[in-house]
Design a protein around this ligand. Structure first.
Ligand code: C2O
Ligand code: CU
Ligand code: CU
Length: 430
């Protein structure tokens, strides 16, 4: 913490090697360490600064995914960090407690930089969430779960794309927090898992092998209004979910990913990951468990608009060939929004393949999916939403970032190959 009260973080992007498999060193990139990055954590109202040093030897950058902050600090493709240079954005945390994350965003190379290992969590806290009876001892009963799929060719990562894989890279095994075949010993009756899909293309359908129910307590932008019981939660690339699961002494249960509908015919469904099952993380309960309090019935009010005061609607047609028929152009601003106003954005995919939709600098509410109210997993604050083929979602959002006609925010498909291929556009707040 600096003299003026600013919380200062240091991140160094570097190349190295990581031993994922015994005796084999895999070339990787990481923040500070050789793979992934430290969990950053800050409090609502706090001033923060991150000093990001690029020691990779090639240009890259860092974006704060889900953060409500000025566009100049957001780390989009315009904010490149040259090799050997440091970029030090600062901002004030102006949003509720949430599980956010950070990753590079160099135009055309995001998939590659994330796959090499550049990603980390950025957790936000506030007084309201701290006062709730939720598991919140980090690393004890409150665990980051960064899920990625990988493929190895000997010691090295194999990042090749199959010809029928329109979604991009799909691995044949998964890691949690950079660990293969992970398990976790649990010492409390209830454990909170902060699930982050940090994979570049794969959508997961999480659930437990014994079909036990869990409580969804948070989505991308923070806590939901009330815990929702469910036995499956689906996350497309970039999305987060916080779940609380109860275990009994001495038992084991495995968090898995189950087949899901990617909105394609049966052949393409299979080649785009829809039929796959993975063991994600085994929980091994200790023989004696510390008692956990029952979850509160309500967690608070959402701070995302319900759309009733929307002054304008926009439409986005998702196609691999571009959004609204246009590929990303660094010099073109696609949309101009007015600071402090609410808008509805309608996003449609009839492209025959899965996409999702992510907006920088804002959290939104999902008003409808194909004209119907969203299911329980989409009733919280979101910044990324899955839009499989044949789906139209309607979103409500309010732009609070400071007006800056010269610094754009991005909106894009978070299947990173698609983003790199130009499924991205830019908006400014004026
Ligand atoms: Cu997580 Cu524009 O990205
Ligand atoms: Cu983002
Ligand atoms: Cu896409």
């Amino acid at each position: 913490v600096a003299a003026d009260g600013t919380r200062v973080f240091d991140l160094r992007m570097r190349a190295g090697t990581t031993e994922f498999k015994d005796g084999q060193e895999t070339p990787t990139w990481g923040f500070n360490g050789s793979y992934l990055g430290p969990t950053l954590r800050a409090e609502r109202g706090e001033k923060v600064q991150v000093r990001v040093r690029n020691a990779l030897g090639v240009p890259s950058n860092v974006h704060w995914h889900g953060m409500d902050l000025p566009a100049r600090m957001d780390g989009g493709p315009h904010r490149m960090i040259a090799p050997g240079k440091t970029w030090s954005p600062r901002w004030t945390i102006a949003q509720p407690a949430a599980t956010l994350w950070y990753h590079p965003h160099p135009h055309g190379e995001t998939e590659d930089h994330v796959q090499r290992g550049l990603a980390g969590m950025f957790l936000l806290d506030d007084a309201r969430s701290r006062a709730l009876a939720l598991p919140q001892r980090y690393g004890v009963d409150d665990l980051p779960v960064i899920v990625q799929d990988v493929k190895f060719d000997g010691a090295r990562f194999d990042h090749g794309h199959g010809v029928a894989q329109s979604v991009g890279f799909l691995g044949d095994r998964t890691m949690v927090n950079g660990t293969l075949d992970p398990y976790r010993v649990v010492g409390d009756e209830q454990v909170r898992l902060r699930l982050l899909n940090a994979s570049t293309a794969r959508t997961y359908n999480f659930g437990f092998d014994d079909s036990r129910a869990f409580s969804l307590v948070g989505t991308d932008g923070g806590l939901v209004e009330r815990p929702a019981r469910m036995d499956r939660v689906q996350l497309s690339p970039g999305e987060r979910a916080e779940i609380v699961v109860r275990v009994r002494p001495g038992e084991r249960t495995v968090l898995r990913s189950y087949p899901l509908d990617v909105g394609m015919d049966f052949f393409n469904q299979r080649f785009n990951g829809g039929d796959d099952t993975f063991d994600i993380l085994e929980l091994r309960a200790a023989s004696r468990l510390r008692p956990s309090p029952a979850l509160p019935a309500t967690l608070g009010k959402l701070e995302v608009p319900d759309g009733k005061d929307a002054v304008r609607g926009r439409f986005f047609d998702l196609k691999l060939s571009g959004i609204n028929g246009r590929k990303m152009a660094m010099g073109r601003i696609d949309e101009t929004v007015t600071r402090g106003t609410t808008e509805t954005w309608t996003v449609r995919n009839t492209n025959g393949m899965p996409h999702n939709f992510h907006v920088h600098g804002v959290q939104f509410r999902v008003l409808s999916v194909n004209g119907r109210p969203p299911g329980p997993a989409l009733r919280g604050a979101k910044d990324t939403v899955f839009v499989p083929n044949g789906t139209t979602v309607k979103l409500a959002m309010r732009f609070t970032g400071p007006a800056d006609p010269n610094a754009p925010y991005m909106f894009h498909c978070h299947l990173l190959l698609h983003e790199d291929q130009g499924m991205m556009g830019q908006f400014v707040v004026v």
